[in-house]
Design a protein around this ligand. Sequence first.
Ligand SMILES: [Zn+2]
Length: 346
Amino acid sequence: MRTRVTMLFAVFIVGWLWLDARAQSGGPTVSGAHRFEKVTDGVYYATASGTMTVGSNSPIIVTDTEAIVIDSEITPAAARALVADLKAITDKPVRYVIDSHYHYDHAHGNQVFLPDAQVIGHENTRKRMLTNVLEQYTYLTSVEPIPTRVAALKQRIVAETDPQQKALLEQQVKNSLAYLEQVKETKVTPPNVTFDRKMTLFRGGREIQILFFGRGHTDTDVVVYLPKERIVCTGDLMESVISYMGDAYVDEWPATLDRLMTLDFDTTMPGHGVVFKGKGHIEAFQRYLRDLLKQATDLKKAGVSAEAAAQRIDMRAFATDFPQIRAAGIDAAAVRRIYALADHPE
Ligand SMILES: [Zn+2]
């Protein structure tokens, strides 16, 4: 029997808390743009539900006194949606935002949290965000290809016969076009609290360490470590999928991950993908990075252009650990970056 839902309802499906956009009066107003996976008491993993472009996944730490958000997501609109959705898991205010690194899909919601919260990040995050990031390659790759992608999606919608698939594609078009509008509001807002190697928050019964282990995905990556809970939040320094490498330090990355693994933890909450257990996946990614660097370096020495090398580099040996690898070839931005650093070390 169907009853009218007059308050927020949540359905637990194997630990997933689904926030329904149709929540009516009587419960907190939520946007429905996020789902929250409970990782342990007071620690949640916010991911996109699919109704809007939110960018990164955001670990949430609830203390006795406040909520701490790791990564403010891709736009002010996504950040506001996150703040609204948080009301379904806590009534505590957000007092701290931690930028895992400077990338737009993790940090362009920062402006929504000031002045009520402190935004914490590595000093290099602040430095980078004080430059014209909205005109730089990494950000532009998020907006410039959208018109072409939307045109391709529209063609697929016409050809699609499965109504469910069609609805999914239509939602993707809607999200992409909305994103192009939502970015216009972005005022790049750097962290207002910075550190170099380590800072620790002792807040409402929790110890929260924020650590910089060196360069890897960028020169701004920090991890958030909960020693008691044996949880580490790694941003894009360690994803469950293959990270973007357009401004990475592939040669230094494996050693940085070695230092990360000196911490005692069992659970990793990454910037993209899914929460995972153990250190084996991190070791697999180290092997991936070393192999990628070797292949790219060899091709460069043989005089192969970055674009051609990107087609030829074959990472299929790592498909067991990273199932999204289905064919030879990798993102050309990664190879261009490896080539550029070989010619002009930073
Ligand atoms: Zn990133």
